[in-house]
Design a protein around this ligand. Structure first.
Ligand SMILES: [Mn+2]
Length: 299
C-alpha cells in the first residue's frame, strides 16, 4: 500500500515531508511505495521533491481558492487529502495510507498494511470528549437533488492526520463526488476544516484505528507505543514561543523533536531552527485554528 503525503507551497511542509519520507525508508526500505500530492505551481518545490526521489503527483484540486471561502485560504492545503480518490496517479490504488507531513515513522507499518481495509476510512480518535454540534443536520445539493446528513451525535473527533482511505469505496456510486459537494457547501458550518468534513460526513462509518498509528509526542506513552508520531500542536522547531491553550511540549516532545532533527542534514537543521519563534507565517504548517464548536484544534 502506498503512503501518501500532501503538500502546498509552504517550505515548512517540504522539510517535514523529507523527514517523514526518510523515516519511512529507514523502516521499509528505499523502495517503499509512496506518493507526494502537490497542489501548488512552484517548479522549485517540484524540483526539491524530485531531488529527494519522491514520486510526485501534480494535482489541481477542485476544492481551491476559487471554490472555497476566503477564511479557508491560509490552510487550503489541508483539503487536498479529501480528493485522493480523484488523483490520476492513484487510479490503480484501492487503498492508501494518507499521512500529514508533520508525522514520522518510529516503528513499522506492516500491521496496518496487512489488516482488512476499512469499509470507508480508518482514523485514530483524538483524546477529546465527544460533543454536540449546533447543527443537527447538514444538507447539500448534488445533481439537482438535495441530500441531508445527520450529525453523528455524540460526535467523537477522529484525527485526519493519519487516514487509511478505501479509495475503491470512495469511487463507487460517486461517493467522492457526494462528499466534495457536501464539503464545498458546508465548509462554513464546520469547526476544523478537512477533519470536521470527514468526521461529519462519514460519522459512524469511520473505522477506529489503534492509537499507535497516530500518537502525539505530548502523550506519555508515545515513545513506547507509537508507530506513527504526529506533531499535533507544536512542530519540532517550536520551542520558545508560548503555545496557545494547553502546554503541549511535555512528556515525549523533547525526545521526538530530537529524533526528528536526526533525520535532517546540518543545513536543514539550521533552517528548521531559524523558524522557531518566528510566528506562524502565511500558510503555516503549525496551524492553530480556533473552532467555534470544538475545543482547541491543532492540525
Ligand atoms: Mn498535522
Amino acid at each position: 500500500m502506498k503512503t501518501v503525503f500532501c503538500i502546498d507551497d509552504n517550505p515548512r511542509y517540504l522539510l517535514l515531508l523529507k523527514a517523514a519520507v526518510r523515516s519511512l525508508r529507514a523502516l521499509h526500505g528505499d523502495a517503499a511505495p509512496l506518493l507526494c500530492v502537490y497542489g501548488g505551481e512552484d517548479e522549485a518545490v517540484m524540483a526539491e521533491v524530485a531531488s529527494e526521489r519522491i514520486p510526485l503527483a501534480h494535482y489541481r484540486p477542485r476544492l481551491n481558492r476559487q471554490t472555497l471561502p476566503a477564511f479557508t485560504h491560509p490552510m487550503i492545503g489541508c483539503f487536498l487529502r479529501l480528493e485522493l480518490a480523484l488523483v490520476p496517479e492513484l487510479a490503480d490504488d484501492d487503498a492508501v495510507l494518507y499521512c500529514d507531513s508533520d508525522t514520522f515513522f518510529l516503528r513499522p507499518l506492516d500491521a496496518l498494511f496487512t489488516a482488512p481495509v476499512p469499509a470507508y476510512l480508518g482514523m485514530v480518535r483524538e483524546a477529546t470528549a465527544p460533543f454536540y454540534h449546533e447543527h443537527e443536520k447538514l444538507a447539500y445539493d448534488f445533481r439537482e437533488r438535495r441530500y441531508t446528513v445527520a450529525m453523528p451525535f455524540p460526535i467523537w473527533t477522529y484525527s485526519s492526520a493519519v487516514t487509511l482511505f478505501n479509495l475503491a469505496r470512495f469511487r463507487r456510486r460517486d461517493l467522492v463526488e457526494h462528499f466534495l459537494a457536501f464539503s464545498q457547501q458546508n465548509v462554513q458550518y464546520i469547526g476544523n476544516l478537512d477533519q470536521s468534513l470527514l468526521n461529519y460526513f462519514f460519522g459512524k462509518r469511520i473505522t477506529r484505528l489503534d492509537d499507535c498509528w497516530n500518537r502525539p509526542p505530548y502523550q506519555a506513552d508515545c515513545l513506547d507505543t507509537a508507530h506513527i508520531v504526529h506533531f499535533h500542536g507544536p512542530k519540532p522547531w517550536e520551542i520558545s514561543k508560548p503555545w496557545p491553550g494547553d502546554e503541549l511540549r511535555i512528556n515525549c516532545f523533547r525526545e521526538m523533536r530530537r529524533r526528528w532533527y536526526e533525520l535532517l542534514s546540518k543545513k536543514e537543521r539550521e533552517l528548521a531552527e531559524s523558524w522557531d519563534g518566528r510566528g506562524p507565517g502565511a500558510g503555516q504548517a503549525g496551524n492553530f485554528f480556533p473552532a467555534p464548536h470544538e475545543k482547541t484544534q491543532l492540525s
